[in-house]
Design a protein around this ligand. Sequence first.
Ligand code: NAX
Length: 327
Amino acid sequence: SSGPLKVAVTGAAGQIGYSLLFRIASGAIAGDRPVELRLLEIEPALKALEGVVMELDDCAFPNLAGIEIGSDPEKIFDGANLALLVGARPRGPGMERGDLLSANGAIFTAQGQALNKVAADDVRIGVTGNPANTNALIAASNAPDIPKERFSALTRLDHNRAISQLAAKTGAKVTDIKKMTIWGNHSATQYPDIFHAEIAGRNAAEVVGDQAWIADTFIPTVAKRGAAIIDARGASSAASAASATCDAARDWLNGTPEGDWVSMAVVSDGSYGVQEGLVSSFPVTTRDGNWEIVQGLEIDEFSRGKIDASVAELADEKNAVTELGLI
Ligand code: NAX
């Protein structure tokens, strides 16, 4: 379509925002199509955001068609074709899971309602802010006029981490690795599954040939990578999260390549025994801005147990936010 792609980003003055905005402005999602950035922050962070906007200006990006900033979601989401919900309330000292869910619930109910009111008819919404799956569920539940299929939560960083670990183990190029899958929640219970993945056309698990490595090294390394980065860097992953957020949005809008798929957390239709209505990560193909869950994969007992454990955690989170009246 014509005109710039209007991309709303929340939490724009945060760490991920500081990497993400420059990637979007330089074409990581829309290629040569101009983009307009619409940046949401809370009031106290607007001054810092003004500084980020100065830097965006100073890049003189050829395809950056405009920038709006503000703290009112109804203004910032107005006409958005793509909304990347990055801003969230981090877990503070002494904060229980219930406190975290309700703090984020307040953010994602309001943002869901605002998107429902003012976003473009073709809006796609990607949630990066944690707990991402449940935040996406809350936003979708508060946007009754937007089809639930338009919401997804980010598991692409986990997917990319899994590809990178597998490439390092096997000496393959990342581009030779196809059909990686992350199942379940973007949390330590996630299940990175290489039993359907391929390395240069060969089954990845067979190439690895070492079930103990898969179970005891690969899966925990991918699932706990976020914590390892915090340990090393003293701050949570930001540039890689921004990169994955771009990858996910670009592939959603432009389609997945033939012979490959990506991982996205999307509303379950009951596929693979995942409780209908949960926002859970699946292998998906995309086309023309729509996704489809890859069907017909054989799930063995090992994988079944891992998927079920992560889905059970999602069901718990859903029960908790239902009790809090957020959905
Ligand atoms: P930061 O704390 O650096 O930035 C978050 C920003 O959001 C802050 O500037 C804050 O003012 C803003 N914010 C808070 N409430 C807001 C609201 N109601 N409206 C608009 N903006 C609001 O966090 P950062 O490192 O950028 O991470 C952002 C989120 O991504 C966190 O929830 C984090 O846990 C999550 N992550 C998700 C990942 C994923 O793969 N799904 C990986 C990276 C990251 O951990």
